[in-house]
Design a protein around this ligand. Structure first.
Ligand code: FES
Ligand code: FES
Length: 152
C-alpha cells in the first residue's frame, strides 16, 4: 500500500511503488487535468508540484512521492496560483490547452520563488514546458501580468 498526500488529501493506493506518479494521478485517482505527453521528462505536460517544486510526474515514482505533498492542477491554490490563473484568463493564453496545466504549475513554481522574473528568468523556468500551439509569447506575458497582480 502506498500513501500519497494529493491536494491536501491522504490517499491510500494499492499500487507498485515503482508506478509513475502520473499513472497514479490520472488512472488511479482520476485527476485527469495532468496530461501525458512524452513520458520521458521532455515536454512538461505532466508537471505537478512535489514538495513545492514543479516536478515531471512521468519520471517520478509513486514511492518517491510518498510522504511529500503533491499538488495537481486541480489543487493549486493560494495567492500566486490565483494571480497566475487570473492572468491566464486575462491574456487568453491557452490554444488547444493540452500543455497548459503543466505550464501553470511551472509558472506558479517560478513566481513562488521569484516575484519579479525578467524574460530570461521566465524562459529558463519554462524551457522544459513545450507547447505545440506555440503560446509562448502569451505565457510570458501572463507571467509578467501575474507578477504585476502580486505586486498590487
Ligand atoms: S509526459 Fe512527462 S515530461 Fe512529457
Ligand atoms: S496550448 Fe496547445 S499544446 Fe500548448
Amino acid at each position: 500500500m502506498q500513501v500519497l498526500t494529493i491536494n491536501g488529501q491522504r490517499r491510500e493506493l494499492d499500487v507498485d511503488p515503482d508506478m509513475p506518479l502520473l499513472w497514479a494521478i490520472r488512472d488511479v485517482l482520476e485527476l485527469t487535468g495532468t496530461k501525458f505527453g512524452c513520458g520521458q521528462a521532455l515536454c512538461g505536460a505532466c508537471t505537478v508540484m512535489v514538495d513545492g517544486m514543479p516536478t515531471r510526474s512521468c519520471q517520478t515514482s509513486v514511492g518517491d512521492a510518498a510522504g511529500k505533498p503533491v499538488v495537481t492542477i486541480e489543487g493549486v491554490d493560494g495567492k500566486v496560483a490565483a494571480a497566475v490563473q487570473a492572468a491566464w484568463v486575462k491574456l487568453d493564453v491557452p490554444q488547444c490547452g493540452y500543455c497548459q496545466s503543466g505550464q501553470i504549475i511551472s509558472a506558479v513554481g517560478l513566481l513562488s520563488q521569484n516575484r519579479k522574473p525578467n524574460d530570461d528568468d521566465i524562459d529558463a523556468a519554462m524551457s522544459g514546458n513545450l507547447c505545440r500551439c506555440a503560446t509562448y509569447h502569451r505565457i510570458r506575458g501572463a507571467i509578467h501580468e501575474a507578477a504585476r497582480m502580486l505586486e498590487a
